[in-house]
Design a protein. Sequence first.
Length: 594
Amino acid sequence: MPGFQDLRGLRDGTYAGTLGQAVHAAGQCTAAVGPGAALALADLEGKVDVYAAEPAALADWTRCRVTAVDVNELITPYLSGGGLPAEPEALAPARREEAARAADAKVGEALAKVPAGSDVVLAGIGDHGTVPHLRVAMWKGAHAKPGALLGTTSTRRDDIVILPDVAPTVLAAAGIAAPATVIGVPWHPGAVLTLDEAVSHLRESDLTGTTVRSTTGLFFTGFAILQVSFYVTAYLLLSRRRRPYAVGVAALGVASIPVSTYLVNLLPWVRAGVPTAALVGGVLGIAALIVLAALAGPWRRHPLGPPAVVAGVTAATLIGDLLSGTTLQFNSLMGYTAVVGGRYYGLANIPFALLATAVLMVTAVAADHLVRVGRRTVAVALVSTLGLVAMLLAGWPGVGSDFGGVIAFVPGIAVTAMLVAGRRVSLVKLAGFCVLGGVAVTIIAVLDHTRPVASQTHLGRFVGQVIDGTFWPMIGRKLGAMLNTMLSPNLMPIVIVGLAFLIFALLRPAKVSAGLVPQAFARAPMLRAGLVGALVSGVVGMLVNDSGTAVLSMAVSLAVPLVLYAGLRSPMPEPEADTRPDTLEPHGAARTPA
């Protein structure tokens, strides 16, 4: 087709033209109806074999096995209306109905000309308006199932397909092998529903995703304000040597909010009259219930009991979610959504930070009891074993599939275990633990790469990109995303204020926290091991994940309030046996009390 430039060498378009080139390489031709269809089927030289402006203008629909039709009637009214409205509903109802009928008529005209028995793929591949929504995908063919939802192993979900899967689906229908550079996989049928059930399910999915997306920014802003306000209030009260019970309750409440953003998905909040209000109200209500549970049981009498409950609920929720298909992280305020499209399954960066922090804090609490009864070796084994299990779940392909999480989790586990053992942690050892994390994730990724392409996750595909030398653009994008989060107005205040409170509570305990944080460490020495390990994972995770500051901010938002609560509820301890140092002093060295 004249007028199309050569697609080779375009910036960020290395693989543009792959679909058309694969068809031509198989000795078949391509036919395009409309300019959008020509773009879809253009080969590396920007050419298609047959072109027509409208379905009626294409004389022979049997000439080419791969034919694409551009149906742009739903977008044209926006372009001709003087710009893009904020929402599709901004068009008058009559105009929207007219556009839908025009699109339906064009699809019907094309279907009437398609040879009998052909595979038909219909995909909405673009947004109209400034707010993204989920788009329609339909499939009729030999491997399709009437009335079934569409899924793909790319998303590990039976009701969501993504744009990279369109090309391999078309190639598979044409009997053409997909090139190695194609990262998608063909669609597969999911659950069979009635038409009304399918429409209701898909509409609810779109409403859920758009509601979460539109609420996330405000939610994180509110969460940051809440965190900063909590630390300021705690400082003002504790610096006056006051220890109000309300500060401890508030600490548990602040730490309970992150896990509540996942547990709220057990409720049908999207079906409420005002979904946003139901979502936020549900998060706050569940956080209140977690605090009530932490303070209501017999464990409330021990300073570490309530923090252990909050951390335990967080760890159990995320581990259970990983083992059950991550339905709680999906479409959650601190997770991911299909509307944004950054991730569709597995462990995201913020949940990783919460999981690592919760696991290390819970194991540290258990280790504290074991060390007190003279079973330090068992305590070290507990921290190492439970940490290793959680790390494998976080990184295993198809479960957590978190590349950077493994790198960050390993040094956190190792540092916690060494401090529980009373060993010294040097910078050289810390660097070695980080390298060990890289080795661990490399082994997992290589094992994933050995599986069939259709079964691989992004870990295995990354190994393939390293082998063929095409991984640098992806590294650059992730590095840029990580650096952008360093200036996040929602996340950076949590890191700055939380760490500042912790540091000054240790360096100037009489002025900042009335000595409560050192007191907590004196009462429960292993608590410091869990905190240090969690912060190590948070810092390393910040540097190796594209979410950057989000990782460290979540570690701080969970760990520091729990430590503060333990200090508020801890009496000054009497000297006890087997309280060997758990910080950075050499094993068996003398120690000055905090």
